[in-house]
Design a protein around this ligand. Structure first.
Ligand SMILES: [Zn+2]
Length: 310
């Protein structure tokens, strides 16, 4: 959704807008992150383990503090949290203060929050999450560099650093002491983890990047000819340029509204954004099954329930 919002926002900004390079760079880093996580997923798909285990990707368990784990392995003996990074160049893991410094080919340096700190935080929060369910399991952790093209000049002092193909042997090397969860508890705990998952809904782009609403173009986009300005007809939308019709065009546009502008929309905002004059037409559009409403009459606002549509 973060990536979807970034792409939608760039499409609606004028060529040459000063924020465009910032959004494009962010898009690049989000794509790199997704690419890295997919690579790790691929490794797990190819390897099997002879002991009971469950693998979770992109899990955000509900707890007092929000946390999100790239990859998490649960066994009856222990848990493993993997923090996946896809940052190219020469990497230095600094300790005091903790920071990741990347040197690009041209010598330019960038600083990042230390993955070691993120990993330790996730280990602590997962341990606390387990404790609140009366489960005491050791939680191991490693930082995974998604691609071997990432060159490490200074590794972290105490944290295990892995490339994806080293993950299976790392996991096999973790001791399996006599004390372990019985199979029912293990399965129950795995289900608890999945049930406690909360879908991550990113902040709207306007809020994250402080872009005024007025900088974005409004209107409904035609997927056939890549232009804005589809016109509402009874039961469908039509593109004035290529004449294509699309009866779901407003759904895509509304989704973009929530990703770019804000979490709620009013009838007036909906009309202005979609380019619809009629209050009742806008009403019908907003009575969609994936929107919930709050308030009455002209104060009514609508919210998208993102969990209903992937
Ligand atoms: Zn068109």
């Amino acid at each position: 959704m973060k990536l979807e919002g970034l792409i939608a926002a760039q499409k609606r900004l004028a060529v040459g807008h000063s924020i465009l390079p910032v959004l494009a760079a962010k898009q690049g880093s989000v794509e790199a992150g997704i690419g890295g996580e997919e690579r790790v997923t691929e490794i797990f798909r190819k390897h099997s383990f002879s002991f009971d285990h469950h693998i979770f990707h992109d899990l955000s368990p509900t707890s007092d503090e929000k946390f999100q784990m790239d990859t998490n392995v649960l066994t009856p003996w222990y848990g493993v949290v993997l923090e996946v990074k896809n940052i190219g160049g020469i990497l230095e893991f600094k300790e005091n203060p903790p920071q990741l410094v990347r040197t690009r080919d041209d010598g330019h340096k960038d600083g990042y929050e230390s993955p070691v700190v993120q990993l330790e935080r996730n280990r602590d929060l997962l341990t606390a999450w387990l404790k609140s369910r009366n489960i005491h399991l050791p939680i191991y952790g490693a930082v995974v560099l998604a691609y071997p093209k990432q060159i490490v000049a200074v590794p972290p002092a105490k944290t295990k650093l892995l490339f994806p193909n080293l993950i299976p042997s790392y996991i096999r090397s973790i001791p399996q002491p006599a004390k372990k969860l019985d199979i029912d508890t293990f399965n129950w705990l795995s289900a608890e983890l999945v049930n406690s998952h909360q879908r991550y809904i990113p902040r709207p782009i306007c809020e994250s990047f402080r872009i005024p609403f007025g900088d974005f173009r409004t209107g409904v986009w035609c997927v056939v000819c890549d232009r804005f300005g589809m016109i509402k007809l009874p039961r469908t939308w039509q593109c004035p340029f290529c004449k294509a019709t699309d009866h779901l065009a407003h759904q895509r546009a509304l989704r973009e509204w929530f990703l770019i502008f804000k979490r709620t929309i009013t009838n007036r905002e909906c009309r202005a954004f979609l380019g619809v004059d009629d209050i009742y037409t806008a009403n019908r559009i907003l009575q969609s099954r994936n929107l919930s409403s709050e308030g009455a009459y002209r104060y009514r606002t609508y919210k998208m329930d993102f969990s209903l549509n992937k």
